[in-house]
Structure formats: structure tokens, C-alpha cells
Design a protein around this ligand. Sequence first.
Ligand code: GDP
Ligand code: MG
Length: 798
Amino acid sequence: MILSELQTGEKAVIVRVNGHGSFRKRLIEMGFITGKEVRVVLNAPLKDPIEYEIIGYKVSLRREEARQIEVVTEQEAREALVSDEHLQALPGDLAEKERLDKALAHVAEERHHNIRVALVGNPNCGKTSLFNIASGSHEHVGNYSGVTVDAKEGHFKYKDYEITLVDLPGTYSLSAYSPEELYVRKNLLDAMPDVVVNVVDASNIERNLYLTTQLIDMNLRVVMALNMYDELQHKGDKLDTKQLGYLLGMPVCPTVSRDGQGIPELFDTVIKIYEQSDPHLARHIHINHGAELEKSIKRLQMILYGNEDIRSQYSTRYLAIKYLETDKDVEKTLSGIPEIKALQQARTEEENRIRELLDTSAESAIVDAKYAFIQGALAETYEKYQEERPRRTLTDKIDAIVTNQWAAFPIFILLLWFIFWATFTIGQYPMDWIDALVAWTGEKVGALMADGWLKDLVVDGIIAGVGSVLVFLPNIMILYFFISIMEDSGYMARAAFIVDKLMHRIGLHGKSFIPMVMGFGCNVPAIMATRSIESRKSRLVTIAIIPFMSCAGRLPIFVLFAGAFFPSSPATALLGIYLLGIVLAILSALVLSKFVKDDDLPFVMELPPYRIPTAKATWRHTWEKGKQYLEKMATTILLFSIAIWFLGYFPRHEDASTGYQQEHSYIGMLGKAIEPVNEPLGFNWKMDVGLLAGVGAKELVISTMGVMYAQDGEEYEGLGSEEDTQLQAALKSTVPTAAALAFMVFVLLYFPCIATFVAIKNETHSWWWAILLALYTILIAWVCAFAAFRIGLLIWPI
Ligand code: GDP
Ligand code: MG
């Protein structure tokens, strides 16, 4: 009987919970577990939801949900007491209630041990052979498709279980195109097998996995029978079935259904999945359809999620994907729901958007994404003994070059180098324009306003602050222009693949690499780019180590110091600093990946075919990142610029030079206050103030120190016309070489900058994580600078 038919006051014991994964999970979390007793508190004919009591709690379930739960009623238990031999053997002196309870438990257990298993797979993958060998029947086995016209059912006992095996017609996919496909789908959704066995022809795995990806969308309990395993071995191919299972989120059991090899293991696994006795055996994964399609899917899914009937019967993600594919059957299913208008409109809009961006229909984009997923999964697990046919497609040809074991890295490095070069050389022009524009605006606004703190706030605080954010906009957009081309063309997926093994050694993932490299440009877009990393752990650790990648903002400081203190080998000093950052990033990754909670589940790196990115998509992505940068950063940076301005501006000291003002402002006081802390590093308070200003943006270190040293009014040797050289001269005569080295190390490592800090907070959704990282980087900076100072003193004694 099913739970929804139970009347008020009646009691029953749960046999099983049907339905798709997330629905079942929710019910199980509520306590609807096999063997548990449930009582109906109130089930009025017209009342929805129905109220139940389970494990002492009252919960209400919608009628639709209760329909998915199979139970044994007291009535059924009473009947069993009469008919069931096992129960007849109960001792006669047992109380009536106890008898009934025993009967309930017994029947529930017995029914729970009936498992319905459906065989799903391509034509000719060996389903009927498997069916025959498992159930002992003699269905006709043929080597052509179409033999199985409709479902055959067989029963057999396996261990304690009574298994009902259903042999469904062979299909290549679960679209609603052919009667077979529709039939299989209806069977999976309506008849609800407890476990689906996806029979896959191992000798033709790529095509067979397409169906698998659709089963994954449906969120069913699936076990893969990797059939014809003998043929795969015979050919000499290698397949890491365990890893494939991890990636797909389902157990993979090699079988040879012609002679029965692997069949017992297959059914052992089916039982384990049914009983959910091993949580590591299966997990629900989402096939990543790429950022744009995922956006569309999410949008439709949100609409569907609002409908509770739909939500309890189907996986909304599955319906959203199918609806986006304009699947006729799903359209029919959804035609009556109240949300249909909104849904239709959303689909039309999303279809148009996808067509514009990807230059193809949503339907074929989904198919492409699924094959990209399959390609990625197989690239990690499957090794062909030898190429059976010459490489033919363009993708194969390009892959032969860019993933070639010798050429891959040089090509990759060259591309990156080019992108950085372009970002900074081309970016220089708009940067200068914006800089000039900001200066001009400051001047004009300044001229309009009366002297006083308000003018200084507007000009030096707000305009200069916003300006300092704005100047990086061209860099970010150029960088993203190239990144977007690399991504949309399909190259990025390969790049991630190439470095994957290397990255795994430090507890990261191939997809972490691009953000790390981008960090050399600017940490902010780099941290935003970590979004493509699915694993939360890899993502957090990647975010944590990006600040060690020396960004372009730090470069002027190093150039200045290296030029002043290591005039004979500034390039070596510079390289050394960059390498130090990289080494610390790697060490931090190693350490942090030990601490971050381990959800490091493997995921497929999709390998889409190469294609020429559309102008529209490229522009969209570029602009989106630019917008994101402005929106998310500008507000916070503005606040912090004002704060830093405030600290440097107050308290006022009338008719004093800028330098005097700085020294006696709050920031100057702060600098002096932390002087003792940084004394072991050899820093003076002016350097400390520079560091404090660098909290706003690393660029500010130099300009602040310039102001501080300028106020001394002393003439330094080698005084040039440029401020930098003047500052260099000043530094050289007041700062020991060892302290300069320590300062470079400190600047490299300490608190990234406000913009990065905010980016970290935004991307991790946690102030806590951002603050922790800030403290961590400061600590590391101090320790390393201290070591640098001490070692430096040995080489360059004061
Ligand atoms: P169905 O269309 O999925 O039901 O596939 P069948 O069970 O009719 O099998 C198709 C063909 O594959 C038959 O000739 C089987 O003998 C053969 N076959 C099935 N399983 C295996 C296997 O594990 N290894 C090999 N080598 N052949 C198999
Ligand atoms: Mg068959």
C-alpha cells in the first residue's frame, strides 16, 4: 500500500521511499526510513497536506509526496499472520500487540527485500544477455537492434533479495523521438525502478556514455554494468573504472554478460546502492553544461521549483534541461502547470540568448556539452591501446599539437606571455588616458570648490580613490577578453588538463592554474576567475594562495628597490622575489589543503570541441567582468580610500608641509605605533607608513613614501628630476640593504590589498575567511621578512 491511502489514525511501517534523489533525500532526512513506524494524524479527503507522526515528530507531507512512500498496513500484517509460515511459527503466548508488531516488521522487511531493477542501455550492448544470465531465462539474444520491442520481466533470488529484472528496449538517448525512447523514459519515471542498471558497451564507450549523462540528469540510483569488458581487454585498451565511477558519481562494474563474469559483483553493488549502505559508492553530480547554458537551466529550474507537485515528482534540473531542449514529452507534462506562461517566456528568452552567444540552438548546445563532459571523463580514465583510425577531425588535429607532451607547455607559456604582454602594453594607453582624465577631473572640480577639507576629501579622497580603481579597468577587460577567447574556443579546457597532474601534487586542480597565473597581473580578476573551479576545497585553497602571486601593482616597488639596492643585478632580485612568492604559494597550498575540510571530490574537466568564439559572447564576457569589477570593487574601495584619506588628513596641522602633516596624522601615528613591531625587520617608521598605505593599494606604498621622504627637505646625493630617483637616493642613504631586502619580501607577501580582500570576501561569501587570510599573509610576511633581514645582515652587515 502507499502512504497517501492510509486513513486517519491508522498505523503502518515503511517499506521504501521512491522518487528521484533529492526528493528521497529530503524524506529520509525527515525520518521516513525503511522499517520506521508512521501514523496518520489527519488525512481528510480534501485536505492537503496530510499530517503524519514519525519517530515521535509530527510532519506534514503533501499528498503527492506521500504517494511515493510504500508502506505495510496493520491490515496487511494481520493477513500475513494467517498466511505467512514464518509468522505462524511465532510462539503462541505472545500478546496480540506484539504479534502484530512482529508481523509488521516481518512483512516490511520482506517487501523491502524485493528490488525492482531496470536494464537500460544502447541497442546491442548486451542487456538481454545480462538479463538471461541473471534471471536464468532464455530470451532471444540477437546481434541486431530492435529485438527487444518491449520490456521483459524476470525474477530471481539473489542472496536475501528477490530481484525483479526488467529488460527495457535499447536506446541511444532518452529524448522523446522514438517510441522506444519514450517507453524507456516513462518506465524510469513512472514505474520507478529501485535501481537502474545502465549497461554500457565498453568497446564503444564514448557513444554509450551519452545515455549515461541523461540518466545522471534524472538523478536516479544508477549502477553501471560496463559490459563487453572482455572486448575492451582484448583490444588492449585500458580503462580506470574506479576513477570513471568517481567522476560519474556511480559505481562502475565490469561485466561480461556472455559468460557471466562480474554479474554477482554487479548485483552486490545494486544491493549496496539500494540499501545505501556505502555513502562513498555514489553521489549526485551535475553535468556542467558551461556557464551560459547553466544560467539558462538555473533560470528554468527556479520557476519549476516553485511548483511543489512538480518538485516532488521530478528532478527539476532534469525537467529544466529537457524543457530547454524543447522536449515534446516534457512540454506535455508541464503544459498544465500554473507557471507555464512564465516558463515559456523564460525559455524563449534563454533560447535567443544562447543562439546569440553560442551561435547554435540550446538543444544542440546541450548535446555538445554532454559530449564535452564525456570527452573529459574519458581523457582522464581511458587509454586506447592504439589509434584505430587516423586523426581526422579538426579538434583531433589541434589536440595533437596543443596537448603534445613536448609542445603543450611551451605553447601554453607562450600564449600566457602574449596575453600578459598585450594586457600591459595595450592596456597602458587607456590607462594613461583614464589617469589623465582623473587628474583633469580632480583639477576642474578642485577649481570649482572652495579650499578646505571638503575640497580635499572630494579631490584627494573620492576622485583619486575612484580613479585608482578605474585605471585598472582596461587591464582587466583586456585580460578577460583573451581569457574569454581561450575559454570559448575550447583551449582553456586543454590548458587545465595539461597542468592537472602537476597541480594535484600540491593538492589543487588543473582549473586552479589559470587563476594563479592571472594573479601575476592582478589578484582581483584572478580571484574572480576561481569561479570555474567546482571543488570548494580547491577553490578556497586557490583563492588563499593567489595573493602570493606578485601582482603588477607590486612591481613598481620592486623595480624601485631592486634598482636602488641591487644595481648590479636588479633582474635577479626581481626574479628571486617572484620565485619566493611562487614557492610560498606552493607551500601554503600543501599546508592549507590539509586543513580545509575535505570535500575534494573529483570532477570531470569537460573537453569541448574547438570552435571560433562568437564576437557577441566574447564581448559579453569581457564586459561582464569589467562591470563586476566596477560594481563590486568600486563601492568598497571608495569607502576605504576615504578612510585612508581621512587617516592621513586628520588631525589637521595648519600651515605645515604635506610631509609634516602625514607624520602627525593618524596614519603617521599608526606607523609610529607599529614601528616597534617591525623594528626586528629593520624598517623605519616611514617605511611602516608606506606599508600601511599599501593596504589600500600596493601602488600607494611608493607614493606615500615619496611624500614622507620629500618632507625631510634634505638634499640627497644623486638627486634627479624624477621623484623615484630622488626617493631611491633617499632610501639608499637611510635604509640598510638587508632591511631593503626584508621590505621587498614583506611587500610581496603581506595583506594583498583592499580590492583583493573584498574580492576574497565576495567569492568565499565569508568575512571570516578574508580576515583569516589577511592575518595569515601578514604573519607569513613578517616571518619571511625577518629571515630575509637576518640573512641579509650576514651578507651586507651594517
Ligand atoms: P541487447 O541488444 O542490449 O539486448 O544485446 P544482446 O544481449 O542481444 O547482445 C548483443 C550481442 O552482444 C550478442 O551477440 C551477445 O552475444 C553479445 N554480447 C553480449 N554481452 C557480451 C559480452 O560481455 N562480451 C562479448 N564479447 N559479447 C557480448
Ligand atoms: Mg535485447
